[in-house]
Design a protein. Sequence first.
Length: 162
Amino acid sequence: MRQYVSALLWIAGTTIVVAGAQVITTRAAAERRAVTKLNFELVENTSRVRELEAELRTRAGLPELQRWNDAVFQLAAPQGGQILRSPVQLASFAARPDAGPTVQFAVAEIGPAAAGSPPAQSGPAPAQPGSAARLVRTSFGDAQAPVIEPEMLPAEPQDGEA
């Protein structure tokens, strides 16, 4: 019986020592992770401090740049009157909410235009038979798909033609 108690005490003692070592190892790993995390934060903060110092040096030089501009360059920001003549002109660039979708046409002509031809129309020009023009009609906001007419190709020679 004494041997059983002695073996049982050895097993219990060994189990306690192993459990204690496991707890210590786990705590050490947690501390190591925390130190690694702090090192990463330190590196990030160091780079952020460098960025802020560079910005501070730049902003500290702005008064000197302003003095140079006032004395030598005399540059100024553009005023509204330099770009547009009036606020009405600016408002004309805004999209009207009540305006519907616009239909746009594109006509591509291949080859030089004739010297005596009439000026271009504002609408779509119909393709002439035998020409290689292609008419593309596009519509924005429509349910229909764009219509693309095939190019007019020269007629193939018939059996009796050369």
